[in-house]
Design a protein around this ligand. Structure first.
Ligand SMILES: Cc1ncc(COP(=O)(O)OP(=O)(O)O)c(N)n1
Ligand code: TZP
Ligand code: MG
Length: 207
């Protein structure tokens, strides 16, 4: 059976912002502060390093019943029996990903246009990632930013749960939730925080 998930405060990791050996500790601190879901996003790690860190995070997150989602790499998700994957428009096509992973895994799909929101409505994805809400130096190969109005429009159009991502910090998270998104996904706001647990707690207060 598919694990239930709460995407309200979704940590997306980036081990280029911290040393990879620190990553498990930082992720655990974020979870203790209230992070409800974690995506392991490794764009440059070797497969060996990716699998190794994924196993470590899986062990930690299992203690807190927080789902672990793998970015892009279905092979890594299968290797460690992760809770699911997040794919974008240039990644493995959704239907193939679902066929490989089966009905019980969580699959998140990025949407970068309103047309893609309509297309996602025809798929049984588990959530869509509204990508990006704001400009961000963390990911520069994005298309147009949706802004708060875009989030509102997508929430109204989408039959799926929605998670907003891109340039989200403590000072701009609240309007995103007010616009109806089911969660905010953050990279740098938590990965670069001097006290990740406290920062996650502050997000929880806002959300
Ligand atoms: C929650 C969430 N939303 C969107 C993305 C972006 O995915 P994608 O477009 O495939 O880009 P990369 O992350 O692979 O660079 C995401 N990762 N998570
Ligand atoms: C992975 C991703 N997808 C769209 S924007 C983004 C990066 C978000 O990073 P940050 O939270 O640091 O702006
Ligand atoms: Mg991707």
């Amino acid at each position: 059976m598919k694990a239930s998930f709460n995407p309200s405060l979704y940590l997306v990791t980036d081990s280029t912002m911290v040393s990879i050996t620190e990553l498990p500790t930082i992720v655990e601190k974020c979870v203790l502060g209230g992070v409800t879901m974690v995506q392991l996003r490794e764009k440059t790690a070797s497969t060996r390093a990716f699998v190794s860190i994924a196993f470590q995070l899986k062990e930690i997150l299992a203690k807190y019943h927080v789902p672990l989602i793998i970015n892009d790499r279905i092979d890594v998700a299968l290797a460690i029996d992760a809770d699911g994957i997040h794919i974008g428009q240039d990644d493995m096509p959704y239907h193939i990903a679902r066929r490989i992973l089966g009905p019980d895994k969580i699959i998140g799909l990025s949407v970068e246009s309103y047309k893609q929101v309509e297309e996602a409505n025809l798929l049984d994805v588990d959530y869509i990632g509204i990508s990006p809400v704001f400009n961000t130096p963390t990911k520069t190969d994005t298309k147009t930013t949706f802004g708060i109005e875009g989030v509102e429009k997508i929430v109204a159009m989408s039959k799926h749960r929605t998670v907003a991502i891109g340039g989200i910090h403590l000072d701009n998270a609240r309007p995103i939730i007010k616009a109806g998104a089911n969660g905010v996904a953050v990279v740098s706001a938590l990965m670069k925080a001097t006290d990740p647990k406290k920062e996650a707690q502050k997000f929880k207060e806002i959300l």
